[in-house]
Design a protein around this ligand. Structure first.
Ligand SMILES: [Zn+2]
Length: 199
């Protein structure tokens, strides 16, 4: 049960399904994300992206602010060990994450990179050329998802893989989503896949 949300099912119980419906409804009503839930992307990845855009991710910084007991004694980022793990740091400012964004920036000939997660879908993607927006919407979701998985792996499994592993997983995830994005982007991603496998 999540007290702040109240009972989401008629019977008064909380379920993942009811929570997901709640989020979809909230997203539909939000003027910030009119098309957010309509992009063809696994729902768990869209859910993480939505939570990140709303700054509702349980980063180490947020967990420590809430005073929750946690297996980590600090809120230091497990990807770089140089800063507090805030939303902005984890997905944008961290050197680990920066290099992943930079890889796709160069591979896909982007004109810019997002400067903050809350404005990623509301300002940055709409600022891109219309033909690039669907691709970068999916690229952003895949990057966030794979950064999150690597972060979780380091925290909960004590298993750390190099950045190239995250890049490789992100590229292959994007390729598996075709033809969700236009075919003309497939060559760029295929080349990026080949590049990531030999780096
Ligand atoms: Zn970091």
């Amino acid at each position: 049960m999540i007290p702040t949300l109240g009972p989401l099912e008629k019977c008064g119980t909380f379920t993942v399904k009811s929570f997901y419906k709640f989020l979809i409804d909230g997203g539909t009503r939000s003027p910030l994300y009119p098309l957010f839930w309509k992009i063809r992307c696994p729902s768990k990845i869209t859910l993480l992206s939505w939570l990140a855009g709303e700054d509702k991710i349980l980063t180490l910084s947020n967990i420590f602010k809430k005073g929750c007991n946690f297996q980590h004694s600090t809120d230091t980022c497990v990807l770089c060990h140089n800063s507090s793990e805030t939303l902005q740091h984890l997905f944008i400012d961290c050197e680990f994450s920066k290099r992943i964004w930079a890889f796709f920036y160069h591979s896909l000939d982007s004109s810019s990179l997002p400067q903050s997660i809350p404005y990623l879908w509301t300002s940055w993607i709409p600022s891109l050329a219309p033909q690039s927006q669907p691709l970068w919407d999916l690229v952003s979701r895949a990057i966030l998802w794979n950064i999150w998985l690597e972060r979780n792996s380091r925290i909960f499994q004590l298993l750390a893989l190099p950045q190239l592993s995250t890049i490789f997983k992100t590229v292959n995830m994007l390729l598996s989503w075709f033809p969700t994005v236009a075919d003309r982007h497939q060559q760029s991603l295929t080349e990026a896949s080949q590049k990531s496998s030999v780096l």
